[in-house]
Design a protein around this ligand. Structure first.
Ligand code: ATP
Length: 272
């Protein structure tokens, strides 16, 4: 029976353990997302951010623990409940995962074609609306993805993620590979969509500007579990050496735009 609760947290992870090729990637991940928040997910390269995202969207069953979406246990859900849950999320994959032989508009329309029996005219009309809401120019819609800049390709991915009016979007490194100006534009787009549409957003990122400009809280993945979840300014005061180095090292945004109250890591900490 469909049991997606409107007032439930969009995402709760309880004791999630994942394993790939015999190796434990996550070992007891707990996380409760608030409705309407933009939640950053950070961690060192290889710490398991993308794998966790795969687990959250049903592509990797956990070895133990529970993935709860909108109140329902994703991996125990019957077909009808699962279909209802999937209606409520949208995903932007790393490197966009756009189909090169399809036009921009057809890429955006794809989730509508997969899950609805909607008339073609309506599908194209909704896809066009989402494309324009995502900042794509009209003349980009019938081009192929390869004809667009990296920034516009990200916008195609975002438009596809929101095409079914989701409650939750999961974005894997939305600003990776973009120049700082385009990256800031994508951040503004995500922040704007979150506040205007009341979306809950999980954003996996290495981009500190994203954390500081659009994330309400940041979850830190370390040592196969969640080390902390807090607003990024609070995380600056963490005693964890890796996290302090990540946020406050000399090459980082916070290192450049320093809060004078924050004690910066020593050169020894940065090297460690
Ligand atoms: N299909 C797979 N089979 C075996 N191991 C995998 C597979 N996919 C990922 N891994 C391993 O899982 C670990 C976590 O990978 P993941 O891609 O989630 O890291 P990440 O935190 O997203 O890294 P990055 O920031 O570099 O994107 C890595 O050690 C990776 O090698």
């Amino acid at each position: 029976m469909t049991n997606t609760h409107d007032d439930a947290s969009p995402l709760i992870l309880e004791g999630v353990v994942t394993e790939l090729s015999g190796r434990i990637i996550h070992d007891g991940v707990d996380l409760v997302m608030k409705r309407g928040e933009v939640l950053g997910l950070v961690g060192a390269s290889g710490s398991g951010k993308s794998v966790l995202l795969r687990c959250i969207i049903g592509l990797l069953p956990p070895k133990a623990g529970t993935v709860r979406l909108f109140g329902d246990d994703l991996y125990q859900a019957d077909d009808r409940t699962l279909a209802a849950i999937k209606q409520r999320w949208g995903v932007l994959f790393q490197a966009n995962a756009l189909f090169s032989d399809f036009s921009v508009l057809d890429n955006i329309a794809m989730p509508l074609r997969e899950h609805h029996g909607l008339p073609e005219e309506l599908i194209l009309s909704v896809a066009r609306m989402k494309a324009l809401a995502s900042g794509l120019p009209e003349d980009a819609l019938w081009k192929f993805p390869s004809e667009l800049s990296g920034g516009l390709q990200k916008r195609v991915g975002v438009a596809r993620a929101i095409v079914r009016d989701p409650d939750l979007i999961l974005l894997d490194e939305p600003t990776a590979g973009l120049d700082p100006i385009m990256a800031a534009q994508i951040d503004a787009l995500i922040g704007g969509l979150a506040s205007e549409l009341g979306l809950s957003v999980v954003v996996v990122t290495h981009d500190l500007d994203t954390l500081y400009t659009i994330c309400d809280r940041v979850a830190v993945l370390s040592d196969r579990t969640i080390l902390a979840v807090a607003p990024v300014r609070e995380l600056e005061h963490s005693q964890d050496p890796w996290l302090r180095n990540y946020l406050l090292g000399t090459r980082t945004r916070a290192g450049r735009i320093a809060d004078p109250k924050v004690v910066h890591p020593s050169p020894q900490e940065i090297m460690s």
